[in-house]
Design a protein around this ligand. Structure first.
Ligand code: PMP
Length: 404
């Protein structure tokens, strides 16, 4: 699979050679069809949506709601009502945490379980909720192999457990968490426990069927799936979204407003106060349709091949330690090299035209648990090639020989 030509930005040259972009876990590049969808929106459709009597408003409203249906189809959601447009994965998780804080459903001594490999955006909103209602945050530790510790998790589940939140795939380790087992254990413990899956690193890399998954919430960012920044999705189970109160108040989320009281709109509009990112949401749907046109199964096997080849090659380089398990990982590889600072390695790789990410990857508690300050992370998307892997390996070898 070689789709580099679909991505205009990959024509960028660093020195004499084309850029090798391996920072897809931070954000993906955009294919031409996505750029064209944005231009099409502003040339042909732009107008504020809902309530407009005029032609363009009808067109924009239709395109926006079709985009919602496209997202619902992509996630295999049972209804468009379960698809809330947000500004990103972070906003989606905050929306859940804040509505739960307002709901009065959680109280002092209730427990929220998160994982050590969680991104800050799946830790801090829960800490804020805990501070507000007096609940307690309980992190699941990692096993020696840096995977999800099922036994420790099951020991943490208690009659006070109200929420379990975890990443499907860790953005710093690449570990694929055992979603089905985590959810099943939470339900066995208490069928009313709410489960949130952070899908920032799984969406676009493998098939997602939220009905099969069995969680209550699934969050992801559009910009990590070839869509625009400032877009994201919260999928929520309809019965739960209906029962929770709104968070942001304003236009669009209301049915009727008076100084005697206000009633709220139906789902999903109850959670979409104000003018949404109309263009962004429409373009996000175009990005998901691009993914579907390539085929999620083909993307997954392509990325898995590249990831395995990169792991095999990195293992041959002296001193390189790959974090996380060899198999059962997402499309990213994080390494540490004792005696070499990740920032120095990243800088040298950049000079050789290889874009990687270095640092704590917004996972400071994970770094603390591992006793490191950061890693060098190579992450794939459908636009990467075998040649990218080889160039990354050659460059890493060269950079390490300069640094050691
Ligand atoms: N969760 C995970 C696992 C992530 O990798 C990221 C982004 N690095 C986020 C959440 C937050 O995404 P965003 O910054 O787009 O809201």
């Amino acid at each position: 699979m070689d789709l580099r030509a679909d991505f205009p930005i990959l024509a960028t040259r660093i020195g004499k050679r084309p850029l090798v972009y391996l920072d897809n876990a931070a954000t993906t590049q955009k294919p031409l069809v996505v750029l064209q969808a944005e231009q099409h929106y502003y040339e042909k459709l732009n107008s504020n949506i809902h309530r407009g009597a005029h032609y363009l408003s009808r067109l924009a409203t239709e395109a926006h709601e079709q985009a919602r249906s496209a997202v619902a189809e992509f996630l295999h959601a049972s209804s468009d009502k379960e698809i809330v447009f947000t500004s990103g994965c972070t906003a989606s998780i905050n929306l859940v945490a804040q509505t739960l804080a307002l709901s009065g459903m959680l109280g002092a001594g209730d427990e929220i379980i998160v994982t050590t490999d969680a991104h800050h955006s799946n830790i801090v909103p829960w800490q804020m909720l805990c501070q507000r209602v007096g609940a307690v945050l309980k992190p699941v530790p990692l096993t020696e192999e840096q995977t999800f510790d099922k036994a420790a998790y099951e020991a943490l589940l208690s009659p006070r457990t109200r929420i379990v939140a975890f990443p499907y795939i860790s953005n710093a380790l690449g570990v694929v968490n055992p979603v089905a087992d985590i959810i099943a254990a939470a339900r066995r413990n208490n069928p009313d426990t709410l489960v949130l899956v952070d899908g920032a690193q799984s969406t676009g890399h493998q098939m997602i069927d939220v009905q099969q998954l069995g969680a209550d919430f699934y969050a992801f960012s559009g910009h990590k799936v070839y869509g625009p920044t400032g877009t994201g999705i919260l999928w929520g189970r309809e019965s739960i979204l209906s029962a929770l109160p709104p968070w942001l108040g304003g236009g669009e989320m209301i049915r009727e407003v008076s100084f005697n009281g206000t009633t709220y709109n139906d789902l999903p509009f109850k959670y979409e106060a104000g003018t949404p990112n109309i263009c962004g949401n429409i373009v996000l749907a175009a990005a998901l349709q691009y993914v579907q046109s390539i085929g999620i199964a083909a993307i997954e096997s392509h990325e898995q091949r590249l990831t395995a080849a990169l792991c095999d090659g990195l293992e041959q380089l002296s001193g390189v330690r790959i974090l996380g398990p060899k198999t059962g990982r997402g499309a990213l590889v994080s390494i540490v090299v004792p005696g070499v600072h990740h920032y120095d390695l990243g800088t040298l790789l950049d000079q050789m035209g290889i874009a990687v990410r270095t640092g704590h990857h917004c996972c400071q508690p994970l770094m603390q648990a591992l006793g490191i300050t950061g890693t060098t992370r190579y992450s794939f998307s459908l636009c990467n090639t075998e040649e990218d892997v080889q160039r990354a390996l050659d460059a890493t070898d060269r950079a390490l020989s300069m640094l050691k």
